[in-house]
Each structure stands twice: as C-alpha cells, then as structure tokens.
Design a protein around this ligand. Structure first.
Ligand SMILES: NC(=O)c1ccc[n+]([C@@H]2O[C@H](COP(=O)([O-])OP(=O)(O)OC[C@H]3O[C@@H](n4cnc5c(N)ncnc54)[C@H](O)[C@@H]3O)[C@@H](O)[C@H]2O)c1
Ligand SMILES: O=P(O)(O)OC[C@H](O)CO
Length: 309
C-alpha cells in the first residue's frame, strides 16, 4: 500500500497502545518504543514518517533529549498526544517538541478519547491540530477509520490546552459525584469549569472557539462523566475519604490533572487570572481543605454577573 506510513510510538502505556491499535488497523507499519524496549530508539526512527509521543508529561523532556541526539529525516512529523504541562516552564508538550525540532512539523492530537473504549472498538472522534496544515492532514489520514473520526484544526495551542485543562475539571467532577451532589451541581461545575478553561486558555493565546469543540467541551464531558477517567477517579475517591497517596498507590496509569493543577495555580497567580475551581482542586490535592469545605468555598464566593467577571 503506497500510502502506508511508518509510525513510531513512544510510550507503551494505555494511550500509546490504543493509538498503535488504530494505526495498525489502517495497515500502517507501527513500532511501539518504551524504556524497556529491546530495540534502540535510533534503529526504530531510522525510516519513520511519524513519531508519536504518548508518554506522560514527566517523560516528555527525557524522550525529546534522547531523540535530539539522533540523525532524523527532515520529513519526519512529530505528533504529540500528551495532556500535561511542564512543571518547570509551564510549557505545553508541543511547545517543547517544537523548540527542540524547529524545522519539523509538530501536530497535536487531543479529544474525548478514553483509551479503554477505543480498545473496545467503540466509536470516537478526535482533533489533530498544527500550524502546518499538510502535516495535520497526513496524521488525519493515518488514524481515520469507520470507528475513529479525525478532524483537523489550525489552533494547536487551543486543542492541546483543551485536553490538558479539562483534567483539573475532571478531578472536580469526580468529587462532585463522590459527594453525590446531583445533576444540577454537576452541570454548574462543568459549565463554570469550561468558563475557567476558556479564561486561562485565551489569556495563553488560544482561540476561544476551540474550547467549544471536541478537545475542550468534548473531552470535558467524556472525562467529567466517566469512571474510566483516572482524573475523575482521583476526585471521586478523595470525596469518598481516601488520601491522595492511597489513591495513587492503586491507580492504573497517570492522572495528569494532579501536576496540571499545580502548574496552573503557579501560572494563574503570576498572571493574576481568577481560577476558583482550579484553586479549590489544588487545596484539596494538598489536603488543605476537605471536599465539603472546597464545595462551600465555591458556593459562597462573591455573587456576580455570569459574564464580564
Ligand atoms: N489513557 C487515555 O485514555 C489517554 C487518552 C488521551 C490522552 N492521554 C494522555 O496520554 C499520556 C499518556 O497517558 P497513558 O494513559 O498512556 O499513561 P500511562 O501511565 O499508561 O503510560 C505512560 C507512558 O509514559 C512512559 N514514560 C513515562 N516517563 C517516561 C520516560 N522518562 N521515558 C520514556 N517513557 C516514559 C511510561 O513508561 C508509560 O509507557 C498522558 O499525558 C495522558 O493524559 C491518555
Ligand atoms: O484517564 P484520564 O483522566 O487521563 O482521561 C483520558 C483522556 O484524557 C480522555 O480523553
């Protein structure tokens, strides 16, 4: 097949494995690399068309620096699927990839994509975004199928932040359900959560409308309502009285929202941006408030108009 691409996936976790399944189903040549792989990264990327980063945030700088030392074809497209923020610089993963490889196109993939559902072959949709449209279109073709609908988008920062910021709200949504606060409370939380995501995202340089698409609202609905989400699970179990240490001991995989909350708090304080839900999630994760106290703090804030805050 002439359109068959060579795809190297970095990270053999839940998401890397699901992305590999999708590309393989479209007859692409797929190699998954992990820290424990017997094949060297150098050998694997030799004939790669696309390098997909599906490592968790804490591994991004590490894999970037490993690749920087290798001879790479100038045609290679980097695709980043990590939903996190760098604790040191507050940069997004795509900003780190682009800075390290300024002459390569970088594409972001993000959307309501719970990996377990994708591995069960349930239908889903996602977004691939890049400043280089042709690169986004190549990635779109590689992953599109009758069970995975892929849209392109020209706002990579907005798409990336949509998937990243919603993890904080997914923790809050888990708390809401764990406390059994009801459907009205959940709707209020998710709606005001989206407002908060838009506020910081637009300040950061993203387009407002991107947050109303699959990677913002779409992913917020998926993770904020699903026990399959690790971030939701963190919130739910905190509300049930478990400590964060206990929860993380048993959690399968990464809940990026924990680190993202800390980075967001730092950035919103530096830039004086109001993020009341994020702030309460932060205090809760630090064990500085109980879930009920966090709820009361939010309910008793100064009353105000819905917009023009
Ligand atoms: N699981 C999902 O449903 C899903 C969906 C969309 C996006 N994501 C995002 O994808 C990323 C990965 O999620 P996941 O669910 O696969 O997590 P996971 O915990 O299952 O896997 C993380 C992977 O990163 C690797 N890794 C971590 N540090 C590394 C390092 N220094 N060097 C090399 N590899 C390293 C781990 O070995 C592991 O293979 C996260 O940012 C997550 O938010 C996950
Ligand atoms: O399990 P979570 O909370 O990392 O959510 C996974 C994905 O981000 C869903 O789109």
């Amino acid at each position: 097949m002439t359109n068959s691409k060579s795809v190297v996936i970095l990270g053999a976790g839940a998401w890397g494995s699901a992305l590999a399944t999708l590309a393989k189903a479209n007859d692409h040549k797929v190699h998954i690399w992990s820290r424990r792989s017997s094949r060297t990264l150098e050998k694997l990327v030799e004939d790669a068309d696309i390098i997909v980063s599906a490592v968790s945030m804490k591994g991004v700088r590490d894999v970037v620096s490993q690749l920087q030392g290798l001879p790479l074809s100038p045609e290679i497209i980097f695709l980043t699927a990590t939903k996190g923020l760098d604790p040191q610089t507050t940069c997004t993963p795509s900003q780190i990839w682009q800075e390290a490889f300024p002459n390569h196109p970088v594409v972001v993939l993000s959307g309501p994509n719970l990996s377990q559902e994708i591995q069960q072959e349930l239908p889903a949709a996602t977004v691939v975004a890049s400043n280089v449209t042709s690169a986004a279109e190549v990635v779109q073709l590689v992953f599109s199928s009758n069970r995975f609908r892929v849209y392109t988008n020209a706002d990579p920062l907005g798409v990336e932040l949509g998937g990243t910021l919603k993890n904080v709200m997914a923790i809050a949504a888990g708390v809401c359900d764990g406390l059994q606060l009801g459907t009205n409370a959940k709707a209020a939380l998710l709606t005001r959560g989206l407002t908060e995501m838009v506020r910081i995202g637009v300040h950061w340089g993203a387009k407002q409308e991107t947050f109303y698409g699959l990677s913002g609202l779409g992913d917020l609905l998926a993770t904020g309502n699903s026990p399959l989400s690790r971030n939701y699970q963190v919130g739910y179990q905190l509300a049930c009285g478990k400590s964060l240490t206990e929860i993380l001991t048993h959690l399968q995989g990464t809940a990026e929202g924990i680190n993202t909350t800390k980075v967001l708090m730092l950035r919103s304080k530096q830039q004086n941006i109001s993020m009341p839900i994020t702030e309460q999630v932060y205090h809760l994760l630090q064990a500085e408030v109980t879930p009920r106290q966090a709820l009361l703090e939010l309910m008793l804030r100064d009353i105000k108009p819905e917009y023009n805050e």
